[in-house]
Write a protein that binds this ligand. Structure first.
Ligand SMILES: Nc1nc2c(ncn2[C@@H]2O[C@H](COP(=O)(O)OP(=O)(O)OP(=O)(O)O)[C@@H](O)[C@H]2O)c(=O)[nH]1
Ligand SMILES: [Mg+2]
Length: 220
């Protein structure tokens, strides 16, 4: 993973969490500032935010990341072992340039234990369900409860994936409406044809960088 400094005087911890101030770098910069010297720009000045993709196995987490980061899709199913970290720099309209560190965590079901170590430092997360399997919706509900307990409130949203197979969906509109009624933001996506994918990542990123740090209603 790229651990280059995000902003001058900041250090990005290994787990991709929020940057903290690096005293040694600050000490080097203060004399320069005192003489009115321009502080040289560093190569990568974006703010970095870690987000996680969480959900049952085979719902399409890896495929969604691949669609978002590389505009690619594969029919092949290669289960993720552990975690895979990708990076994408995005420009939020009217907002800052942001580097998303995207943690694609292996799938899990109700009987497994969520690896909370993967969550450390996450600024927000995407829950992923598979519209063709209603059980995957129960899984994300359970994951959300556990992430909330582990991390505290963070912006999140639900992606109900495989929208290109809409005719074969077990998940009903009523299921999704009841989640919306609870304040969840729900987006139907297809990693296969790209439906909703960019929108979902950009919307989460916008919430993560919300100026007051408080996501709009529905983001918790
Ligand atoms: N039709 C369709 N198939 C999809 C879509 N997204 C993923 N798939 C397929 O679903 C299977 C699983 O996709 P993955 O992206 O590997 O799923 P995952 O959630 O990362 O799985 P784990 O790593 O095991 O947790 C693959 O065969 C993909 O091609 C989609 O939007 N539509
Ligand atoms: Mg995967």
């Amino acid at each position: 993973m790229d651990q280059a400094a995000g902003q001058v005087g900041e250090f990005i911890p290994e787990d991709g969490g929020r940057p903290f101030f690096h005293r040694r770098a600050a000490a080097l910069l203060i004399p320069l500032r005192g003489r009115g010297t321009r502080v040289p720009a560093m190569a990568d000045e974006t703010v970095k935010h870690k987000i996680c993709l969480l959900g049952s196995f085979a719902v399409g987490k890896t495929s969604l990341v691949s669609r978002f980061v590389s505009s690619l899709f594969s029919e092949a199913y290669l289960t993720t072992v552990g975690v895979k970290v990708d990076k994408k720099v995005i420009d939020l309209s009217g907002g800052p340039r942001v580097t998303l560190l995207i943690w694609d965590v292996h799938g899990e079901d109700l009987v497994q234990t969520l690896q909370t170590a993967y969550l450390r430092g996450a600024a927000g997360y995407l829950l992923v369900a598979d519209g063709t399997r209603a059980t995957t919706l129960a899984v994300v509900r359970d994951i959300q409860r556990r992430v909330n307990a582990a991390l505290g409130p963070r912006p999140f949203q639900l992606l109900v994936n495989k929208a290109d197979l809409r005719d074969a969906w077990e998940v009903t509109e009523a299921d999704l409406q009841s989640l919306r009624d609870e304040g969840w933001t729900v987006t139907e996506t297809s990693a296969r044809d790209g439906t909703g994918v960019d929108e979902a990542f950009y919307e989460l990123a916008a919430r993560v960088v919300a100026p007051d740090g408080i996501p709009p209603a529905g983001g918790r």
